[in-house]
Design a protein around this ligand. Structure first.
Ligand SMILES: *Cc1c(COP(=O)(O)O)cnc(C)c1O
Length: 419
C-alpha cells in the first residue's frame, strides 16, 4: 500500500463517488469521521424544512396534511429507503425511534412465533455486546409479558450459531456492531435461524447507508434501524421498521395507536388493525423531521451500493494501514476485524488509559471521531463524503497528537455528557 499523500489524492481522483461530497454541507477545516453517529447535513434539507415551515405550515395550516402529503410521509419516505435496504415495496414504514420500533417488532415477532409453534419456545437470542438499548428493550418486554421468555446473551458473535436450538423463538441481532465494527453474515445467520424454526430481527443502525443490505434476498423476517447515522436524516430523525410481506396481517404490534387503525379518520370507538404495514405505526408523524429525512434520502437515488461498499472498505483499509505505519508504539489495539467481509464501515481501537483524552484532543484539532466507554476510539467512514486525502490528514494529525502527548492535558480528560 502506497501511504503517501500523493497516492491518497490519486485514489480520490479515481473515486466514482467523489462528486457526492458536493451534495453535503460540511464546515471548513473539519474532517468528519463520525457519520456513523450523526450523518452530515445534505444540501437542500435546510430549504426544504424552511419551505415546510413557511408555506406548508404557515400558509397551508391544517390543509397541508392532505395538500402537502404530510399524512403519507411514513410510507412515502419509506419507499425511498426500501431501495437502499433491499426491501419489498410496502414493507417499511418510518416512525418513532429505533428503540420503540424494536419493542413493537419484538412483541409482534413473539406473537408470530407462538402462532407458528404453539408458543413452546422460550428464548430470545442476542449478544451481550449488542447496542444496550436493544437488550434493555427486550428485557422490558419480557418483564411486561410475565417472564414467559428469556433473553439469552452470547459472549461473541461467533457463539450465535452454536447457540441456536429448538427453544429459540427469536434471534435479535445488530448487523454491524457499534463498538468493534464486526459485521454478521445476515443471509447465513438468517438461514441458520430459520433452519431451527426461529424468526430473526436485525438492527440495521450501522449498516444501512454504508453497504448493500438485502432484506428480501436474505429472507429476513423483521428489521429496524435509525436514519440519523449513515442515512443523514438529522439529529433525532425518526427510525424505521421492516416486516416481511408474508408476516403482514399475521401478527400485530402492541402500540395500537390510531395511526395503526385500518381507518384512523373514521374515529371508531373500536380498534381495527390495518392489515398492511401501517399497522406498525402508532401516532401522528413528526412532520418536520420527516421532510428533512425525505430530502436527505434523495442523495441515494443514483448511488451504486456496491461501489459504496468497496469505497468504504478501501477507506478503512487505508486508515488501518496508515495507523499501523504512523502510530506504532502508542499502545493502540485494533479491535475491528482486518478481514473485509467481517467489517462494517468503522474502525475502532482501544487504548489502556488515554482513549477519551486522545479523542478529545483529536476533535480539538478538527478531526471528529468519537469515544465509546470504557476505552474505545471509534472512526466512521461515510463513503459519500469522506475521501482518501481526508483519511491521510486525519492520521497525520492523530500521529502528531500521540508523538507530542498533547492529549495528556487536563482539558482533554474532562468528560462531557455525550461522547
Ligand atoms: C444508534 C443505535 C440505536 C439508537 O436507538 P434510538 O432509539 O434511535 O436511540 C439502536 N440500536 C443500535 C444498534 C444503534 O446503533
Amino acid at each position: 500500500m502506497d501511504l503517501s499523500i500523493a497516492a491518497a489524492k490519486a485514489l480520490d481522483a479515481a473515486d466514482p463517488l467523489a462528486g457526492k461530497a458536493d451534495q453535503f454541507s460540511l464546515p471548513d477545516g473539519v474532517i468528519y469521521l463520525d457519520g456513523n453517529s450523526l450523518g452530515a447535513l445534505p444540501k437542500g434539507v435546510d430549504q426544504r424544512v424552511a419551505n415546510t415551515l413557511a408555506n406548508e405550515w404557515g400558509t397551508g395550516l391544517i390543509r397541508s396534511w392532505n395538500s402537502a402529503g404530510w399524512v403519507d410521509l411514513p410510507q412515502s419516505v419509506a419507499a425511498k429507503l426500501e431501495t437502499v435496504i433491499g426491501a419489498e415495496p410496502g414493507s417499511v414504514v418510518i416512525a418513532d425511534s429505533t428503540s420503540v420500533n424494536l419493542f413493537k417488532l419484538l412483541a409482534a415477532a413473539l406473537e408470530r412465533a407462538a402462532a407458528m409453534e404453539a408458543g413452546k419456545r422460550r428464548k430470545i437470542l442476542t449478544e451481550r455486546d449488542n447496542f444496550p438499548t436493544d437488550n434493555y428493550i427486550a428485557e422490558g418486554l419480557i418483564r411486561l409479558t410475565g417472564e414467559t421468555h428469556e433473553l439469552v446473551r452470547v459472549d461473541t458473535p461467533q457463539a450465535v450459531l452454536p447457540a441456536l436450538d429448538e427453544d429459540v423463538a427469536i434471534v435479535m441481532l445488530t448487523h454491524v456492531n457499534y463498538r468493534n465494527g464486526f459485521r454478521h453474515d445476515m443471509a447465513a445467520v438468517t438461514a441458520a435461524a430459520h433452519a431451527v424454526g426461529a424468526l430473526v430481527i436485525w438492527d440495521l443502525a450501522h449498516s444501512a447507508g454504508a453497504m448493500q443490505v438485502e432484506l428480501a434476498a436474505a429472507r429476513v423476517d423483521f428489521a429496524v434501524g435509525c436514519t440519523y447515522k449513515y442515512l443523514n436524516g438529522g439529529p433525532g430523525a425518526p427510525g424505521y421498521l421492516y416486516v416481511a410481506p408474508h408476516h403482514l396481517g399475521h401478527c400485530q404490534q402492541p402500540l395500537s395507536g390510531w395511526f395503526a387503525h385500518a381507518d384512523p379518520f373514521a374515529f371508531s370507538p373500536d380498534y381495527q388493525p390495518a392489515s398492511d404495514i401501517t399497522q406498525f405505526l402508532c401516532g401522528t408523524p413528526p412532520v418536520l423531521s420527516m421532510v428533512a429525512l425525505d430530502q436527505a434520502l434523495d442523495v441515494w437515488a443514483d448511488v451504486d451500493l456496491a461501489a459504496l461498499r468497496k469505497k468504504s472498505l478501501d477507506l478503512a483499509d487505508y486508515f488501518i494501514g496508515l495507523i499501523d505505519d504512523k502510530c506504532a508504539g502508542h499502545d493502540l489495539t485494533l479491535i475491528t476485524p482486518r478481514e473485509r467481509h467481517q467489517r462494517g464501515s468503522q474502525v475502532s481501537f482501544t487504548h489502556p488509559d488515554g482513549g477519551y483524552a486522545m479523542m478529545s484532543a483529536l476533535i480539538a484539532a478538527g478531526v471528529i471521531g468519537d469515544f465509546r466507554s470504557p476505552d474505545i476510539l471509534r472512526f466512521g467512514f461515510a463513503p459519500l463524503y469522506i475521501g482518501f486525502a481526508d483519511v491521510w490528514h486525519a492520521v497525520d494529525k492523530f500521529a502528531h497528537i500521540l508523538e507530542t502527548r498533547q492529549w495528556d492535558a487536563p482539558q482533554f480528560h474532562a468528560r462531557k455528557t455525550v461522547t
